[in-house]
Every structure is written in C-alpha cells, then in structure tokens.
Ligand binder design. Structure first.
Ligand code: ADP
Ligand code: LRH
Length: 440
C-alpha cells in the first residue's frame, strides 16, 4: 500500500491525514489532529510556529508508529503570514498573525508609493489591510535591521518545509496572496519589490504544486525514524481546497475560519469593477486563478464559542440557533470590527445596537444572527460574482469544515436561491494529497 501524508493546518486546527488508493478512489484516514490558535508573543498576536512545527513532527511519528510510512508528505496552511530567516537558517522574527493590528495605516501608506489601481492591475490581489506587503512595511518601520539581515523570505508552509528538509523555497500559490507577485507573469514583481525597498534576493524562484522539494534532513530522519519525499502541494489551503472541485461552472465556497466565495478563471480579472468590489485573483494549482471574495466566515462562531467558554460544540450551537424563534438580527459580517474583537459577542451586540437591530442575547439568538448574516453576505458576494463574470450561478459547491453546518447550508439555499452541493469537509487535505499523487 502506498500512503501519502497530507498535513493541513488551518487557523483553528491542524491535521495529518493519510491517503491511499482503493478501487480507484482516494481513501482518507485521520492520523493526528492538533489545535491552532493565535497567541500573544512579544506583545503581538502571533502563531506559535515552533509549536506548530513540533506538532507536524509528532504527526509524522504517529504514522511511523502505526506502521503506515508514507512515500511523501506535503503541507498546506493559511496564507498571508511569513517569517524571515538569516544566512544560518535562524528565524529572525515571530510569525505575526494577519489579525494583529501592526498593519494599521500601512495600506494607505502603500498607495502613496504605488497607486491602488496599478497595484491591483499588477497583482490582481484584494485590498486587505493584512496583506503580506503591508505586514512587511510594518516590519520595516518597526525594525529595519531584520530585513537587512534576512536571507530568506518564507511563507508559513515554506518555513515548516525548510525545517523538515533544510531547503529554502517559495511555493507559488501561497506567495500569490502577498500582493507582491505579478498576476500575469506569475513571478515576483520586481517593480513592487523595488518601490517598497524590499531586497529582491530574499524572494526565491517559485516551486509549483507537484514539484518534489527534497527528502527529510538528517536530524528529522533520525527523529521520525524514516525518510520520505517532501512535495509542494498548492500550499495555500484555499488553493488546495478549491482544487477538489472539478467543474468550472459553479460557484465555490470554501467554508472554514474564512468563507472564500468565488470561482475558477482561466485568465485574471483586474478591471476597475473587480477592484472596487475587492475580488481577488489568487494562484490556483494548475496555473489558473481563484477569483473570489474573502468573507469573515466561521471565525465569528469560533469566537462566539470561545466567549461561551467552549461550553457548546459547533453542532450544539447550530441546534440552539434552529430552536431560537426570534427574528434574526442581520449584521455586516465583513465590518472590520469583527476581524479581531476582544469579545465577539459584545462586538455583535454593539453592532446591532448601533444599527438598530434587535440585540441577540442567548447563545441561540447570537448563533442565529451569525448564520443568517453569513448567508446574506454570501448572497451579496454571489450577486457581485455573477455581475463580474456575466453569468448566473445556479449551484454553490461548499467544501471545508463549514459544510457540516446543515442549518447554514439550508440558509444559503434559501437566501441565494441556488442549489447547494456539499463536501468534502476535508477539502484542503484531499487537494493536498491529490496533488502529491500527481492526479491534478
Ligand atoms: P480552518 O481549516 O479554516 O481552521 P475548518 O475547515 O476546519 O477550518 O472548519 C472549521 C469550522 O467548521 C468550524 O469553525 C465550525 O464552524 C465548522 N464545523 C466543524 N464541525 C462542525 C459540525 N459538526 N457542525 C457545524 N459546524 C461545524
Ligand atoms: C483561509 C485563508 C484565506 C486567506 C486567509 C488569511 O484559511 O488562507 O484564503 O485569505 O486564510
């Protein structure tokens, strides 16, 4: 039996899954799962990247322990965040999360160096205040020496791969979200790097999904007790997730911590309308483009759940919302006040008060408000997508953990008047493994 190990780390959890072929179908088996969350490190909201790396190794060891040694592995994670490494391979900075406020004001400052339209025409990337470009500007401002010492710019999966293999690479799909990659040439945009005083030699030539990066380095081989190939999948989780949907004519919703609603295009769309509606053209696994909109997503319910001391499961919150008979309050989930509030329930209630909506109080009322408001935002995004693409989408294909939310699936059908197709809920890891198998 040939096993392939997909390691998918989302903002809320990471998992190791083994895939193998059986009767012409890929069979997935979950081997290891671990929590991921934002941590306060050196007064910033960060990812605990050393903890994540240790978890990556633990999961590989678990495969070995149960006697299912994979022929290869690949890692995908969320996008936008990075670390810098020096010539000796030492990490020079923490892995700051895209939710930290160090980027405040950077996007506006960026437009004084390169106008918004040029930046969008060149990169096709949406304007989110946490884009890597703006994070690098924040770093430059805070500690210019770090960039001076840096030899390697690595996105999160690139760094984890480096720790496993000692190879420095940049994988294309994840890098495409940085707003520093030219959407037409699919290479680092030299003019952008120059304009923002970024040293071009720290950005490596791209690995494309499917390429073999190398074997495990000696230390890791000793630790896990075997060797295997490390392959670049589409290391952006959303790219891997979208890659499992084969049909091109339906709208796709990758539903997890973020909701990513869009479609696959052969050519990027960088017209003024797409820019004004803040659609993004991210690199897909096959050289095409994921044309989509970022919607705040199930982060809202994850945070509501934490505010309730994790007393309820996701399923219980769905059940409570179903049982609630109040009129749902509707909020704009994409309001920046929901990006990283201290207390999500209070943020929702304050928003409702300010916008003359009924204030949801019970867990059921709050969950109902979130699910209905998400469905409303999907309807709006779908209308925008239709108008930009000049076609009507009759079907939405939902993948990712969020497709297990039956109430939300029903609401999406009701609000968008489309047919909803669901699954797989582990789309990123499946896409990751399919690319390793060379099936893409
Ligand atoms: P990410 O990879 O972005 O961290 P996932 O794809 O793992 O996210 O999806 C996590 C989300 O899936 C949770 O926030 C939760 O809302 C939803 N979810 C998972 N299981 C269930 C369930 N049984 N019922 C309803 N929702 C669920
Ligand atoms: C989803 C995701 C999304 C990015 C965001 C930072 O996990 O990768 O595609 O915009 O995280």
């Amino acid at each position: 039996m040939q096993y392939y190990l997909g390691i998918d780390i989302g903002a809320s959890s990471g998992r190791h899954m083994l895939g193998h072929m059986e009767n012409n179908k890929i069979v997935l088996e979950e081997i290891y799962r671990f929590e991921n969350k934002i941590c306060r490190i050196h007064e910033k909201d960060c990812w605990d990247i050393d903890y994540l790396f240790n978890e990556v190794v633990k999961g590989i060891k678990e495969c070995v322990r149960i006697g299912k040694v994979p022929v290869s592995l690949s890692i995908d994670t969320w996008a936008c965040d990075f670390v810098l490494v020096d010539d000796k391979g030492n990490r020079l900075c923490d892995c700051v999360s895209y939710r930290d406020d160090w980027v405040e004001g950077m996007m506006e400052e960026a437009f004084t160096k390169m106008d918004k339209r040029t930046l969008y025409e060149k990169t096709g990337i949406q304007f989110q205040k946490f884009n890597t470009l703006y994070q690098l500007m924040a770093l430059q401002k805070e500690n210019p020496n770090i960039l001076k010492k840096a030899k390697h710019f690595l996105m999160v999966p690139d760094y984890l791969v480096y720790r496993l293999t000692s190879v420095f690479t940049n994988e294309y799909t994840n890098a495409s979200t940085t707003q520093m990659v030219n959407v037409h040439t699919q290479t680092w945009d030299k003019e952008i790097l120059h304009t923002f005083h970024l040293p071009s030699d720290i950005f490596h030539e791209f690995m494309k999904p499917g390429q073999v990066i190398g074997g495990l380095c000696e230390d890791i081989q000793k630790e896990v007790g075997c060797n295997m190939n490390v392959i670049a999948c589409a290391t952006h989780d959303t790219a891997s997730a979208y890659s499992v949907v084969k049909r091109r004519n339906e709208a796709i919703l990758s539903s997890g911590t973020w909701s990513l609603l869009g479609t696959i295009l052969d050519k990027p769309m960088t017209c003024v309308q797409a820019m004004e509606l803040n659609f993004t053209n991210e690199g897909a696994y096959d050289g095409c483009y994921r044309f989509l909109k970022n919607i705040m997503g199930l982060w809202m319910i994850q945070e509501v759940r934490h505010c309730l001391n994790d007393e309820y499961t996701f399923q219980e919150l769905v059940d409570l919302a179903k049982a609630s008979d109040c009129e749902p309050s509707i909020i704009n989930v994409n309001d920046t006040c929901f990006l990283h509030p201290e207390n999500m329930i209070k943020a929702i209630q304050n928003y409702c008060e300010k916008h003359h909506e009924n204030i949801p109080k019970t867990p059921g009322e709050i969950a109902k408000c979130v699910y209905h408001s998400l469905a409303v935002s999907y309807r709006e995004a779908l209308e925008e997508l239709s108008s930009l693409c000049g076609k009507k989408f009759d079907t939405i294909h939902i993948v990712g953990g969020g497709c297990k939310n039956t109430l939300l699936n029903e609401l999406i059908e009701e609000y968008t008047k489309t047919t909803v197709i669901t699954g797989p809920d582990e789309a990123s890891v499946l896409g990751n493994i399919m690319i390793q198998m060379g099936g893409k």
